[in-house]
Design a protein around this ligand. Structure first.
Ligand SMILES: [Mg+2]
Length: 367
C-alpha cells in the first residue's frame, strides 16, 4: 500500500504558556512551534510538529518555516509517506535542521499508522506499553519557590521531580537542598543544569547532589565539553542532553564514557526514525534512555509518548508540554501524572481547530 503525498499545510503558531518557563539558557513566555498537516491520495492525513530551539538545533521559527515551505515540502510531493526511509532520504540534502525534519517524520509515521490501522507505539517497538508516568519539572526559580512548587506537585501525586539548575551554582546548592527537604526521602529527584556550570563548579556540586540523593545529573557543562562530562560521570551518573543530537555525537559520548544516561528528543534527532537508531545504540552501550521534549504541544508530545511506550530501553519521559500550555493544539491523553495512549491508529491526534485558527501566525498549503 502506498500513500502519495498530495499537499502539505504548514502552520506557524505561538503556544501560550500558563506561566513563564525558565531554564539556565533561556526564558519563554510562549513557545513558537510549527504544525504540519500532510494530505495523501488515500484520503489519510498526518500531523507533525516542529519546535525549534536555536540554542540546541540551530533553527529558529522563521528558518524552520522557510525551509519547510520553500525547500522541503515541494520535494516531498508525490512521495510515498509510508516509506519513511525514502522520506528521510529526500531531506538528506540538508545536513541538520532536525526539528523541521521531525515535523515531516512524525506526520508520515502518523499516516503509516493510520494506513496499517495500528497505534504508533505498536509500530515502533511492539513492546507492551509501560506506564507512562510524568515527572514534575521545576523551572529555574528561587530556591524557596522551587521547594514550594515541589510540594505542590507532591500533593498532586507526582513521584518524580526534575529540578532545573544551572543558575548561580551556590544558589543551586540551596535549590537542591530545599527541594529534598520539602519532598522527604521517598521521591526520585533528577537535576538538569542545562550546560550552566564549569567543570570546577560541577565538581563542587557533586557531594551536595549525592547527599540529596540525586539519581542523575543532566548536562552539567556546555555541550562540547565531553572531557568534563567524562570526569563528572566518574563521580555521579551524567545524562547527556544538549551534547547528543545524532548518532555521531552519541558515539563520541559513549567512546569517552561521558554519560551513563541519554536524553533523546525527537526535535534534536530529526524524528522517530532517527530516534530508533539512537535508542538502539544506547541499548548497546547499556544506557537507559529518557525521552525528553522541547515542550511540544499535543502533536509532538503524542509522538514522544508513543516512542516512550513502544521502544525498549526508554525508562522515563518528559512529555510535559501539554500540561504547561494555556491552550493546546489538540487533546493530550493525560490523567493526573499518567499518559494513557488509546489504541487509535497513528498518533491518535485530533486537532483543536478553534485554538489552532486563533494561534496561527502564518499558514500556507503547498500542493
Ligand atoms: Mg535537558
Amino acid at each position: 500500500m502506498t500513500a502519495k503525498i498530495t499537499a502539505i499545510e504548514i502552520i506557524s503558531l505561538e503556544l501560550p504558556l500558563k506561566e513563564p518557563f525558565v531554564i539556565a539558557y533561556h526564558a519563554w513566555d510562549s513557545m513558537p512551534a510549527i504544525l504540519l498537516r500532510v494530505e495523501t491520495d488515500l484520503g489519510i492525513e498526518g500531523w507533525g510538529e516542529a519546535v525549534p530551539d536555536p540554542n540546541v538545533t540551530s533553527e529558529t521559527l522563521s528558518s524552520c518555516q522557510a525551509m519547510l515551505v520553500h525547500d522541503v515540502a515541494p520535494r516531498l510531493l508525490g512521495l510515498d509517506a509510508t516509506c519513511l526511509a525514502a522520506v528521510h532520504q529526500a531531506m538528506e540534502f540538508i545536513r541538520s535542521a532536525p526539528a523541521a525534519k521531525a515535523a515531516v517524520d512524525i506526520a508520515c509515521f502518523d499516516i503509516l499508522g493510520k494506513a496499517k490501522q495500528k497505534p504508533l507505539w505498536q509500530l515502533l517497538g511492539d513492546h507492551t506499553p509501560g506506564q507512562l508516568e510524568l515527572p514534575a519539572v521545576l523551572p529555574l526559580v528561587a530556591p524557596a519557590e522551587q521547594a514550594e512548587k515541589a510540594a505542590y506537585w507532591l500533593r498532586q501525586g507526582y513521584r518524580q521531580i526534575k529540578v532545573k539548575l544551572g543558575g548561580d551554582y551556590r544558589e543551586d546548592m540551596e535549590r537542591v537542598r530545599a527541594v529534598r527537604r520539602e519532598v522527604g526521602s521517598g521521591l526520585e529527584i533528577r537535576v538538569d543544569a542545562n550546560q550552566g556550570w564549569t567543570l570546577a563548579q560541577a565538581m563542587e556540586m557533586v557531594p551536595i547532589l549525592k547527599e540529596a540523593g540525586v539519581k542523575v545529573l543532566e548536562q552539567p557543562v556546555p555541550w562540547w565539553d565531553v572531557g568534563a562530562m567524562a570526569a563528572i560521570n566518574k563521580e555521579i551518573p551524567v545524562m547527556a542532553d544538549e551534547s547528543v543530537l545524532n548518532l555521531y555525537d552519541l558515539q563520541q559520548v559513549v567512546g569517552a564514557s561521558a554519560a551513563s544516561w541519554l536524553n533523546i528528543k525527537l526535535m534534536k534527532c530529526g524524528g522517530l526514525l532517527p530516534g530508533l537508531g539512537l535508542a538502539q545504540q544506547a541499548r548497546e552501550a547499556g544506557m537507559p534512555v529518557l525521552l525528553g521534549s522541547m515542550l511540544e504541544s499535543a502533536v509532538g508530545s503524542l509522538a514522544g509518548a508513543h516512542f516512550a511506550a513502544g521502544v525498549e530501553g526508554v525508562v522515563a519521559n518528559e512529555m510535559v508540554g501539554p500540561r504547561l500550555y494555556a491552550r493546546d493544539t489538540g487533546e493530550f491523553p493525560c490523567i493526573g501524572n499518567h499518559i494513557q495512549l488509546a489504541k487509535t491508529p497513528g498518533l491518535g491526534f485530533s486537532p483543536h481547530w478553534h485554538h489552532i485558527d486563533k494561534l496561527a501566525l502564518f499558514r500556507t498549503l503547498i500542493k
